[in-house]
Design a binder for this molecule. Structure first.
Ligand code: ITT
Ligand code: NA
Length: 200
């Protein structure tokens, strides 16, 4: 089966591909580079789930292919769950990871270390031509640190330490991150659904 992974974030795409590959899913993966017709999708949803569905539906509409999309972000306890669905554009310009991370650090500058709880959240949607839609979820609890560390991963990974870890997400290997990440959990659950679709 050919499946479209509908994301314009190259680092996210690499993770999605890697996680899906590791499940042994018998799929041929297409990216948006292969699909010129995929539109700009306004992320107007108020939840990760709504946005993931908007992006995945757009893929089905543009290509007729079963489409997977992920909407994800970080929720910071003392920021009442923000940046949340606004994580990619928290500092204004969409996808400016460095500015987004700096803004969050500035916003928690006066917050005591013991109150720096945060969580990565991911909703992964699979939409299939004919109308079937599935959404799975993953979360990675942890805390923020003030000094970014590590070169791996992307986004807020350098300032996030998962519960039970001492290294930041950006100091983990790809395999270590995938094993515990919000995206790893959501995508493995979605891969199970994909398998059932392939078999039926
Ligand atoms: P697409 O919508 O095209 O998939 P995007 O980057 O805009 O790309 P999102 O709207 O889901 O994707 O925004 C996710 C943002 O949340 C992303 O830009 C990061 O800043 C942050 N984020 C999500 N997953 C992350 C992870 O695993 N590690 C670090 N930051 C992450
Ligand atoms: Na989003």
């Amino acid at each position: 089966m050919r499946v479209l992974l509908a994301t314009r974030n190259a680092k996210k795409l690499r993770e999605l591909r890697r996680i899906l590959d590791a499940t042994g899913a018998d799929v041929e993966i297409a990216g948006l580079d292969d699909v010129p017709a995929y539109p700009e999708v306004p992320e107007t949803g108020l939840t990760f789930e709504e946005n993931a569905l908007l992006k995945a539906r757009a893929g089905v509409q543009a290509t007729g292919l079963p489409t997977i999309a992920d909407d994800s972000g970080i929720t910071v306890d003392v920021l009442n769950g923000m940046p949340g669905v606004f994580s990619a554009r928290w500092a204004g310009r969409h996808g400016d990871d460095e500015a987004n991370l700096r803004l969050v650090l500035g916003q928690v500058a006066e917050v005591p270390d013991e109150h720096l709880g945060a969580e990565f959240v991911c909703a992964a949607a699979l939409c299939i031509p004919g109308g079937r839609e599935y959404v799975t979820h993953g979360r990675q609890p942890g805390k923020l640190i003030r000094e970014p560390r590590g070169e791996n991963g992307f986004g807020y990974d350098p300032i996030f330490v998962a519960a039970g870890n001492t290294r930041t997400n950006a100091e983990l290997t790809a395999e270590e991150k995938d094993a515990i990440s919000h995206r790893g959990q959501a995508m493995r659950a979605l891969a199970d659904i994909l398998h059932e679709q392939i078999e039926s």
